[in-house]
Design a protein around this ligand. Structure first.
Ligand code: FPP
Length: 241
């Protein structure tokens, strides 16, 4: 789908992506799974361009989950190094494009200090940018995020009856991020896989069979088109309905 076929007044503010299918894409070509992640980089930055073109203000991607540590050691090492490589290789161009880079996820002992340093550098460099906020979920799990929020709330000593949905939302990893309007998952899996559990309560979900390495901005525009055809009621009734 072309961008000009979309309704410019109905562009989602926040899109979140589960970039699934890299491993299968590579295996189908007789390549090591890691080549699928490499090919996924091109897809990711085409999607970033698509968001800039369409005026999407927030993009969040699932780069590494709290469950991904269970993958073979070499793949985990590859993903860590690859994330660092992408941050180093792309931060300047993202900065020039007006993109603010942020991270969500647990910063525990398993995340190498060097990668944390790269994350902090990229966030610091781009912190004044406002065109698009590009959030990378690394060592992220939706349940872990809720656990961490509950721990912080308990530690603050607040009275249980004072805890509301707002209290929880304020203690998430990045309380500034609006809830996603649209979640896209590639590669024909119809699961959420522990992504943004609290935040996606009212998100529209879009699934495509395309593996992530084949996904491009036109496919993102397809997803936005489907989103524009939906009737978001947030538990209420449609106007006039
Ligand atoms: C899922 O495919 C994909 C991942 C676990 C990682 C994707 C990461 C990138 C594209 C790099 C992102 C980096 C930054 C800095 C944003 P899979 O391996 O689960 O595929 P499969 O389901 O076919 O096995």
């Amino acid at each position: 789908m072309r961008l000009d076929a979309l309704d410019p007044s109905g562009i989602p503010t926040h899109i979140a992506c589960v970039m699934d299918g890299n491993g299968r894409w590579a295996q189908a070509r007789g390549l090591p799974r890691t080549e699928g992640h490499r090919a996924g980089e091109e897809a990711l930055f085409d999607v970033v361009e698509g968001c800039l073109e369409a005026g999407v203000e927030w993009l969040t991607v699932y780069a590494f989950s709290t469950e991904n540590w269970r993958r073979p050691r070499e793949e985990v090492k590859f993903l860590i190094d690859f994330n660092e490589e992408i941050l180093l290789g792309r931060r300047d161009e993202l900065h020039e494009r007006g993109v603010r880079i942020r991270f969500v996820g647990r910063r525990d002992w398993r995340v190498p200090k060097r990668l944390i340093r790269r994350m902090d550098e990229a966030s610091e460099l781009t912190r004044r940018n406002r065109k698009l906020t590009f959030t990378i979920a690394f060592n992220y799990g939706g349940r872990a995020e809720i656990v961490d929020a509950v721990r912080a709330i308990a530690a603050s000593g607040v009275k249980p009856e004072k805890i509301s949905e707002k209290t929880i939302a304020k203690h998430l990893y990045d309380p500034e991020i609006p809830d996603p309007d649209l979640v896209v998952r590639t590669s024909g899996e119809y699961r959420i896989s522990n992504f943004l559990l609290w935040e996606l309560a009212y998100s529209e979900l879009y699934f495509t069979d395309l593996p992530w390495p084949d996904f491009r901005r036109e496919d993102l525009f397809d997803a936005i088109h489907h989103y524009q055809e939906r009737d978001r009621r947030f538990g209420g009734v449609a106007p006039g309905g």
